[in-house]
Design a protein around this ligand. Structure first.
Ligand SMILES: [Zn+2]
Length: 299
């Protein structure tokens, strides 16, 4: 039932397992003090876009500027979450509900039929919508506004797909799992839950300014040769995210301790960096080469 064959997945999943990180990754986490409170849901998206910007070709950069005008990729990165407030039909585009009990993505099972346009071949989950908006961005017969919209959506959704709990359906992606985070049940303005600590608390706990965080991710990319890991389809990236969510799942009432946070930090950093690199690859393929088009799902 799976329509996008995840060719490099086996090597990919093994290479990025938590055990692999624990055994081999040397991640230098700065102990610098936090100077500002960040809205990490937004900050995670901004960081993904900032890493992507670092890896665009000059031609792609010029095309992005032609579409976004004076707005930077980082500035527009969180926008799809604002858009969603008044367009609830786009809500399901931000995640993919792979059951916790399953290891593989199954498009028919995990990606619902479209609500907005029942005739559309594109379904309502993040993996389908990345491919859909790749096609829109690459279609230069479309008006500039539509292509700019597609670019903003792509910047956001590639980020979302790399948040592990955006690829697990159980307990509403962990939103329904109450936890305490390092001794507190209050995480900023909300009660701590499993999804929320992956959106914000773990990144915030690193205590880095945005500039330092960006440099930190670029250091990790060089150290780990992650620029060689940009291949594969969104369905394969979803399965890796899901794999992390299953490994790091915690039950209702769990006490998230410093060991958990240390392990989660390595995953968050890798996923932010890889999300940025993969977004750059997508944009370089589409905007750096006018003949590039997205591959549509078979059904
Ligand atoms: Zn989102």
């Amino acid at each position: 039932m799976q329509n996008q064959a995840p060719v490099p997945l086996r090597r990919f999943v093994r290479g990025f397992s938590v055990r692999w990180f624990a055994a081999t990754a040397i991640v230098a986490i700065s102990c610098g003090s936090a100077t500002q409170a960040w809205a990490w849901g937004r900050e995670g998206h901004r960081l993904t876009a900032l890493v992507a910007e670092d890896h665009l070709t000059p031609e792609t950069k010029a095309q992005v500027k032609a579409l976004l005008g004076n707005d930077s990729m980082a500035e527009v990165a969180p926008w799809a979450d604002d858009y969603r407030q008044n367009h609830p039909e786009t809500g399901a585009w931000h995640y993919v509900d792979i059951p916790k009990s399953e290891a593989k993505y199954d498009r028919m099972r995990d990606c619902p039929l479209p609500q907005g346009d029942p005739k559309s071949p594109w379904r309502d989950c993040v993996t389908d919508r990345i491919l859909y908006f790749e096609g829109q961005l690459g279609d230069d017969t479309l008006p500039k506004e539509k292509r700019a919209f597609a670019l903003k959506m792509l910047i956001h959704f590639v980020g979302d797909l790399h948040q592990p709990f955006h690829a697990m359906g159980d307990d509403r992606g962990g939103n329904g799992v109450s936890v305490s985070f390092l001794g507190s049940t209050q995480c900023g303005e909300y009660k701590c839950n499993l999804h929320g600590i992956w959106d914000e608390s773990i990144l915030e706990h690193e205590g880095l300014s945005e500039d330092k965080f960006r440099a930190h991710l670029e250091d990790l990319i060089v150290q780990n040769h992650w620029d060689k890991m940009t291949g594969g389809a969104p369905s394969a990236w979803a399965e890796v995210s899901h794999h992390y969510a299953v490994e790091m799942y915690a039950p209702n009432g769990a006490l998230i301790n410093s060991d958990y946070v240390a392990q989660a930090t390595k995953i968050v950093d890798a996923e932010l960096a890889l999300g940025g690199l993969r977004l750059a690859r997508i944009l370089n393929n589409i905007l750096g080469d006018a003949s590039a088009t997205a591959t549509a799902p078979t059904k």
